[in-house]
Design a protein around this ligand. Structure first.
Ligand code: SF4
Ligand code: SF4
Ligand code: SF4
Length: 582
């Protein structure tokens, strides 16, 4: 490998040819501030915050795009560099609505942090600030362009990572701003709701549509019984909002904290309905294979991916498993089985799911998910970030809480349910159960081959004489490539798992925000995924079909996977959507 040698702040560093100055500085442990740059997502050299000087080079250089060259001597903190960065920040702040005190990004805003680091605390430039109408029409994302710094990280996440491109720069000059085609609301666009734009935004211009107040109202309503359930990945990510290291499992503290949000609040484990999804999905896969059904079968537990198919590949709708997602199944179980068993009027049961993404906020509003026409099965879907804010507002110190279990009867689940939180997890859990169903003596539990960060993992397994070709990918840009391959007849799979967010739900659009300083330097997705797989290894049961709660709900209510009652409550339908509009 060809390398180049340079000095940064007089420190010698050797890097592969093709590295930028920023990458070389990272290697030398020298921090250069960035704003528009986001590793693997956006590298456009637009914001000019990363400017540096180099001896014998004229002017300042943008470190994120300028290549490291042989013999170069870079200086990252000269008076000219500092002055340039300060002026850039002052200009950015001159049109920024500085409502920091009540902004959800207060104390977690990259612009605020840079302003503090560079001592920018007054309005040196005044301008007629443009005033944008806040777009809050969608049920999942709010765009406030008054806080946008036009870094284009959201645009790049939507286009380069997800391959969707429903947002971009609109108009020119001073009027330029980010939005959807024809300046319409995001709600009128074919956005899939994944929220990858939100987690890429450095400031408070993009946020989830908050439903915290609705939950507080229900908690204080004596008529309502409030039940929460937490998705498989939340245990591995919530701690980050309370300064735990990335990848810390805080499941027991999380259950304790939710229970303390209000009198009578119950907290259940969504890993249970991940297990239930597997029972239904494995049964559906075997039926499709044995009875000539539509193959490959696609997993359907990710609502961002499902909406992507509905908008962009409707010809594949019959390939989607008819199983509801774990969120959808839990809402249906609670408002049918649980209410009947406990003599509760479903209208008085207030169901809150805690989820890793914004797409599940949309999913909760889907009419196809209702098991009864009169009410939604899921009343509110809260992101991990919203739950963290509720815990903080209630004055609960997560770190000080002792671990507590979830509430019965939905407190026990398996490792198969837990691994839903990471890419490959749904397919692996389905394989565990499908293999045991086809061959009672099948011993393999870890299907490591479908795990990992590779763009696409393709594996062939043989179980009881049946060959099963599977594929896994995450990120919708990758999903598009895989679908095109299937369309051209270049692949022959029986089952495919696709999650909209790169890495799966551990990197969902509703997860705790990590700043560029972390995202550019730490493999946070791997750390979060490790927490999930470690948890799986320590579970008493690792295959979904072993769960005692699963046995209970089938014995008492749903009879068996695929039976009429199970179908009525646990399965759903899909709709074809327009490619250009909502
Ligand atoms: S939610 Fe996803 S699809 Fe919608 S604008 Fe954001 S990145 Fe694009
Ligand atoms: S909304 Fe956020 S991510 Fe998008 S351009 Fe504005 S500041 Fe950047
Ligand atoms: S991968 Fe997970 S977090 Fe991302 S959209 Fe799908 S369900 Fe939501």
């Amino acid at each position: 490998m060809e390398t180049v040698h340079l000095k940064i702040n007089n420190i010698p560093v050797e890097v592969p040819k093709g590295y930028t100055i920023l990458q070389a500085a990272n290697k030398a442990n020298i921090k250069i501030p960035t704003l528009c740059y986001l590793k693997d997502i956006n590298c456009i050299g637009a914001c000019r915050v990363c400017m540096v000087e180099a001896k014998n080079r004229r002017g300042l250089l943008a470190a994120c795009v300028y290549p490291a060259e042989e013999g170069m001597e870079v200086l990252t903190n000269t008076p000219a560099v500092i002055k340039s960065r300060k002026t850039t920040l002052e200009l950015l702040l001159s049109t920024h609505h500085k409502k920091c005190l009540s902004c959800v990004r207060n104390n977690n805003c990259e612009l605020q942090r840079l302003a503090a680091e560079y001592g920018v605390d007054e309005d040196r430039f005044t301008s007629s600030e443009p005033v944008y109408e806040i777009d809050e029409q969608s049920p999942y994302i709010v765009r406030d362009n008054n806080k946008c710094v036009q870094c284009m990280r959201c645009v790049a996440a939507c286009k380069n990572v997800q391959g969707i491109s429903v947002i971009g720069a609109i108009k020119r000059g001073f009027s330029v701003h980010v939005g959807s085609a024809f300046d319409k609301s995001l709600n009128d666009s074919p956005c899939v709701g994944c929220g990858q734009c939100v987690v890429s935004c450095p400031v408070g211009a993009l946020t989830e549509k908050s439903q915290e107040d609705k939950v507080w109202d229900a908690i204080s309503d004596p008529e309502k019984q409030v039940v929460f359930y937490t998705a498989p990945s939340i245990k591995a990510t919530l701690g980050e909002s309370f300064d735990f290291p990335i990848g810390t499992n805080v499941e027991g503290k999380m259950a304790a904290a939710i229970r303390r949000l209000g009198e009578g609040v119950k907290v259940f484990n969504m890993d249970f309905t991940a297990d239930l999804t597997i029972l239904e999905e494995a049964n559906e896969l075997i039926e499709r294979i044995q009875n000539g059904g539509k193959l490959p079968m696609f997993t359907s537990c990710c609502p961002g991916w499902v909406k992507f198919v509905e908008h962009y590949y409707p010809e594949f709708i019959p390939n989607l498993s008819s199983c509801k997602s774990p969120q959808g199944m839990f809402g249906a179980v609670l408002k049918s089985y649980y209410c009947e068993k406990n003599n509760i009027d479903p209208k008085n049961l207030f169901v809150v799911s805690v989820i890793p993404c914004t797409a599940k906020k949309f999913e909760a509003t889907r009419p196809e998910l209702r098991s009864n026409k009169e009410y939604d099965d899921v009343d509110v879907a809260l992101t991990t970030r919203e739950l963290a804010r509720m815990i903080k507002r209630a004055g609960i110190n997560l770190a000080n809480l002792d671990d507590e279990d979830y509430d019965a009867p939905f407190n026990k689940a398996t490792g198969g349910g837990a691994i839903f939180g990471s890419t490959g997890g749904v397919l692996e859990a389905a394989l565990r159960t499908a293999a045991r169903t086809l061959d009672g003596d099948f011993k393999k539990v870890d299907f490591d081959e479908v795990r990992g960060p590779e763009e696409v993992r393709e594996v062939t397994y043989e179980v009881a004489g049946v060959k099963i070709n599977v594929a896994v990918t995450s990120g919708l840009g990758n999903a598009r490539k895989l679908l095109e391959k299937i369309k051209k007849g270049e692949a022959d799979y029986q089952m495919v798992e696709i999650m909209a967010c790169p890495g799966g739900c551990i990197n969902g659009g509703g997860q705790p925000l990590q700043s560029d300083t972390v995202r550019n330097n730490v493999d946070y997705k791997a750390l979060r995924a490790k927490a999930i797989y470690d948890y799986d290894l320590n579970c008493e049961y690792r295959c979904s079909d072993e769960s005692p709660v699963i046995k209970m709900v089938y014995d008492e209510y749903f009879e068996a996977p695929g039976k009429e009652k199970a179908h009525k409550y646990l399965h759903t339908t899909y709709v074809q959507r327009d490619k250009y509009y909502k």
